[in-house]
Design a protein around this ligand. Structure first.
Ligand code: AMP
Length: 312
């Protein structure tokens, strides 16, 4: 058996959006965004078997879809529906560490009913990016026997669709959320205790993204910390979490196994891709990267976190 081909295909479900981003760098309108836009771009550096399931409105430019195809991403699962593309507006505080949602316009997502193509039902890795948990569950019911299902969500869904989210969570292997969302979901401030409570809701592993403080993985076997790259310039943190998820799952597809050591490496790859995303607005930080650049940043992170074990 070729283990390497076993986990190759990655199905990404998420939003494709226009974002208005406000913050210390001024207001930028109608930037390409959405969880699937970041995830698929980050993952495509590691595997050529990335498919997106999403919906866009009739206002969505064709060249943006063509760009995904040129990156080798399968867009046959992106539906075009009459109406407006999903629109999100967010405002960052001066330190770029906290943000608030100013507006969410679901547009065509309001009536979206994902219907997977036969080929997509056999995906080995499934990444349910941040969208309505009801849609996430809809997709999950259609896939046949994935080796791993990971789910990302956001404060909005924890607030307005907690019950649906909890139902969906019971069926996923890995939950990826940020620290604020973990506290909100668990109703517990202490992150370690919050992680314990969340793991009881169903997922066998939990990844808590903490912005420039890195990311934590909690699972039955303990915990692992991936540092964030200290960067001299951060422009727009939007999509950092999604790019992290795309790098992580993309690397798992590339490596073809789900061993604990591969998952640790994948966490670092997630951190690498998140760091590229925040250096530019929209998906620009993920454009035009090379294997060499990705490798360099991976090596820099390995160096950053490396220490000798000593005996006292
Ligand atoms: P991140 O910064 O990784 O949390 O992801 C930000 C992206 O998520 C933006 O590009 C938004 O378009 C998208 N987004 C924000 N809110 C939602 C939502 N409620 N459902 C789906 N996607 C969203």
């Amino acid at each position: 058996m070729h283990v390497r081909s076993a986990h190759r295909s990655l199905l990404v479900v998420g939003s494709v959006a226009f974002d208005d981003i406000d913050g210390p760098f001024g207001l930028h309108r109608d930037l390409l965004g959405g969880s699937a836009s970041f995830i698929a771009r980050a993952a495509a550096y590691f595997t050529k078997h990335v498919s997106i399931v999403a919906v866009v409105g009739d206002d969505f430019p064709k060249h943006q879809l063509d760009e995904l195809t040129q990156l080798g991403i399968d867009i046959s699962g992106i539906e075009r529906a009459p109406g407006e593309t999903f629109h999100w507006a967010g405002r960052y505080a001066a330190d770029l560490a906290t943000r608030e949602t100013v507006e969410t316009r679901l547009g065509v997502f309001a009536n979206f009913q994902p219907k997977l193509h036969e080929a997509h039902k056999d995906a080995q890795l499934v990444l349910l990016g941040n969208i309505d948990p009801v849609l996430q569950l809809d997709v999950l019911r259609q896939v046949r026997a994935p080796a791993l299902v990971a789910l990302d969500t956001m404060n909005l869904w924890i607030n307005i669709k907690r019950d649906d989210l909890v139902k969906t969570l019971a069926k996923v292997g890995t939950l990826m959320i940020n620290d604020e969302e973990a506290r909100q979901l668990a109703e517990e401030h202490n992150l370690r205790r919050a992680a314990g409570k969340i793991l009881k809701m169903g997922p066998s592993s939990l990844i808590i993204k903490r912005g420039d403080a890195g990311a934590l993985l909690f699972h039955g076997g303990g915990a692992f910390a991936a540092p964030a790259m200290p960067l001299s310039e951060v422009k727009d943190p939007t999509g950092a979490g999604d790019s992290f998820a795309g790098g992580l799952l993309g690397y798992l597809a590339y490596a073809g196994d789900l061993s604990p050591s591969t998952i640790r490496t994948a966490m670092i790859m997630g951190s690498v891709m998140g760091s590229f995303a925040v250096e530019q607005f929209s998906v620009d930080g993920l454009c035009g990267l090379t294997t060499e650049k990705i490798q360099q940043r991976f090596d820099a992170l390995a160096e950053l976190a490396h220490f000798e074990r000593v005996r006292l």
